[in-house]
Design a protein. Structure first.
Length: 307
């Protein structure tokens, strides 16, 4: 009797379990399959690059656009150029993390390292060297042979922060026991080196001091300049204007950028050589802060450097 009762209970339980759900299972129609929605692509923010106004904005775009295109191709992300009028404004972009990479002048690097924490990424190598000079130029017909001969004349400075275009010529004037404001009849700023060269070539200034790399590149592009201006003084060599990154750049991005720059000269991609040629650069190399020690020493000798 007990065995029969157990059998009845077990049967009722099994029947109940089989009838718990009456909802039919969903049907899969193989002839009506729909593609899954595409995942939302993850896009990286653009790499922001700034170039100090060593040359005019138009010249900057022409010279640097192939490099921006190359960086974009290697990184797989958009690269945008952020321009400002002065060297100091470019430094401020780095300090406020508004740009990731910047091409700055020697003096701007020295100031930006101390003030904003910018650090060296790489440096261009030109004619197998990582140095450059400040050239004192005058019109080709000028009788001037030294800075002393420019007393009472009109002088074109480039940028207030420029090492070759402002700091070094100021030291030359200081060595004569004077200040630019009283030594020259008049001074003005061109804010780019190519504009300073043009000012001398066109007779708007009796003299200017310019970056030797920009001067040589300008002569290569326009050989006629050699008939309009001449160099009367060449400074000692100083550390070349470097490529820097700001303190907010991630170590991974810094390392990736460094590898890209260092590998450009050996990259078979045609865009790599096009970029180097447009810049007038042999290759990019590593450089140490000690390369800028002599420029720091010269800066310390400037008695006054007001805007």
């Amino acid at each position: 009797m007990a065995q029969r009762l157990s059998l009845i209970i077990l049967t009722i339980f099994l029947l109940g379990a089989c009838s718990v759900s009456t909802t039919p299972a969903p049907m899969i129609r193989l002839n009506d399959l729909q593609p899954l929605p595409m995942p939302t692509p993850v896009t990286s923010p653009p790499l922001r690059v700034s170039v100090a106004s060593v040359i005019s904005p138009q010249g900057t775009v022409q010279s640097y656009q192939p490099l921006l295109d190359y960086l974009s191709a290697k990184l797989g992300r958009q690269v945008v150029l952020v321009q400002r009028r002065t060297y100091s404004e470019t430094n401020e972009l780095i300090g406020s993390n508004e740009v990731d990479v910047a091409f700055v002048c020697t003096s701007a690097y020295i100031d930006g390292r101390d003030r904003y924490g910018m650090s060296l990424l790489v440096a261009p190598q030109v004619n197998e060297a990582t140095t450059y000079h400040s050239l004192l130029i005058v019109p080709a017909t000028s009788p001037a042979q030294t800075m002393a001969d420019l007393r009472g004349k009109v002088f074109a400075f480039t940028d207030p922060t420029s090492f070759s275009g402002r700091v070094y010529p100021t030291v030359l004037v200081n060595e004569l026991g004077d200040e630019p404001e009283t030594f020259f009849h008049d001074i003005f700023f061109t804010y780019t080196h190519d504009k300073a060269i043009e000012a001398v070539a066109n007779g708007l200034a009796d003299g200017a001091a310019v970056d030797s790399l920009v001067f040589e590149f300008a002569l290569a592009r326009d050989p006629e300049l050699a008939t309009k201006v001449k160099v009367i003084h060449t400074s000692p060599p100083f550390g070349i204007p470097p490529v820097v990154v700001g303190p907010g750049v991630r170590p991974q991005l810094r390392a990736e950028l460094q590898n890209i720059f260092l590998g450009m000269a050996d990259d078979p991609l045609p865009l790599a050589q096009k970029a180097l040629t447009a810049l007038g650069v042999d290759r990019f190399v590593m450089i140490d802060d000690v390369a800028y020690a002599s420029a720091r020493l010269v800066r310390s000798r400037v008695s006054r450097l007001s805007p």
